[in-house]
Write a protein that binds this ligand. Structure first.
Ligand SMILES: NC(=O)c1ccc[n+]([C@@H]2O[C@H](COP(=O)([O-])OP(=O)(O)OC[C@H]3O[C@@H](n4cnc5c(N)ncnc54)[C@H](OP(=O)(O)O)[C@@H]3O)[C@@H](O)[C@H]2O)c1
Length: 324
């Protein structure tokens, strides 16, 4: 019988319940998929905790890769047996089999496994828009990225290096320094031990960086502003340490004439064409070896509670997946 993780109330990892589910048949514009690998994303913890409100009870998880079992009567782009991935609402990727709208599916090219595909779409699309659309990162520039050894962090530096840019990274423990360096960070700062703003200014000869990519949120916001050069861009794209406090524009933004943005994937990939182009750009980088993905840990679906606990305890050394 197919299984799915369901949440009935918001809370800690303990609210993730594994249940048997009836999947049924796809509607005209839907496909039925057997998930072979499910991507673990920090965003999943926001849906679980209630930081990003969702209607309950609900499935959880945005991202998975697998094989199509059945296609709806209006679906012409996909066939039974196709290998696909997806990373979008409706939530429910933490499942062994499910039905999804066909328009969120992306064909996986030959040579990319389900496991790799399941780690790539959310983190890859995020990296794609952050450094090609939100900020146009150029060869020769040096920028700052927080949580450098994390899922998005590992892809970010490899992608930045592939266009000739350098990235200074921060990490929360010494064992993550090597991981960040292996992924291409030019300098790595343990921000639990050192004042990262001072370090960044030292590295940049007191000039600062033109852009900071900050998925950590509350704890790093002010330090990140201090790292920016005049007219630099603060890109706050996540809340791993908690959501931002209200911003004091005259005090925080005005003195250096900074730019501040708080972007999300959905604002940059607004239709099927943009989604497919974004995904293709990631698959191409993986195929040509510009981005190498090393899965740091695999959990069973039944171990989703442990996976969330490890992610929130900052124990993971890179992207992780659940195997249904
Ligand atoms: N806006 C968007 O479009 C978008 C899309 C995808 C992801 N995101 C965001 O991108 C960030 C990275 O996502 P990811 O899935 O790749 O996760 P991740 O980086 O693998 O995990 C989050 C990391 O945040 C760091 N962190 C710092 N303070 C923390 C705290 N108090 N509690 C827990 N972790 C803390 C930890 O690294 P250290 O121990 O090294 O500090 C942890 O490993 C997240 O904030 C996520 O919400 C945003």
């Amino acid at each position: 019988m197919p299984k799915s993780i369901i949440i009935k109330k918001n809370g800690g990892p303990e609210v993730l319940e594994l249940q048997d589910v009836e999947v049924g048949s796809p509607g005209p514009d839907e496909i039925k998929v057997t998930n072979h690998a499910v991507g673990l994303n920090y965003i999943d913890t926001y849906h679980r905790s209630g930081l990003y409100p969702i209607k309950l009870p609900s499935g959880i998880g945005l991202e998975a890769a697998g094989k199509i079992d059945e296609v709806g009567s209006n679906v012409s782009e996909f066939n039974k047996g196709d290998n696909i991935a997806y990373a979008s609402v409706p939530l429910g990727a933490y499942s062994s089999q499910r039905i999804i709208p066909a328009n969120i599916a992306i064909k996986i090219p030959d040579g990319v496994s389900h496991e790799i595909a399941a780690t790539l779409i959310t983190k890859g699309l995020t990296t794609n828009y952050l450094l090609t659309k939100t900020y146009h990162l150029k060869a020769g520039e040096t920028v700052l990225f927080h949580a450098a050894a994390g899922g998005v962090g590992q892809i970010f530096a490899q992608w930045a290096n592939s266009i000739g840019a350098k990235v200074i990274g921060t990490v929360g423990s010494d064992d993550k320094i090597k991981v960040a360096e292996e992924n291409g960070y030019s300098h790595v700062i343990n921000y639990t031990k050192n004042d990262f703003s001072k370090e960044v200014l030292k590295i940049t000869n007191n000039v600062g960086v033109p852009a900071v990519f900050d998925g950590v949120g509350k704890k790093t916001f002010h330090g990140s502003l201090a790292c920016l050069k005049t007219r630099g861009m603060m890109i706050s794209f996540g809340n791993a340490s908690g959501p931002l406090d209200p911003v004091n524009v005259p005090k925080d933004i005005q003195p250096k004439g900074l730019y501040l943005t708080r972007p999300s994937i959905a604002q940059y990939f607004t239709n099927r064409k943009e989604l497919q182009e974004g995904a293709d750009s990631i698959f191409e980088k993986v195929k040509f070896g510009k981005i190498k993905i090393k899965i740091s840990k695999k959990y069973t679906l039944a171990d989703a509670k442990q996976a969330h606990a490890d992610l929130e305890a900052r124990k993971l050394l890179g992207p992780a997946i659940l195997i249904p």
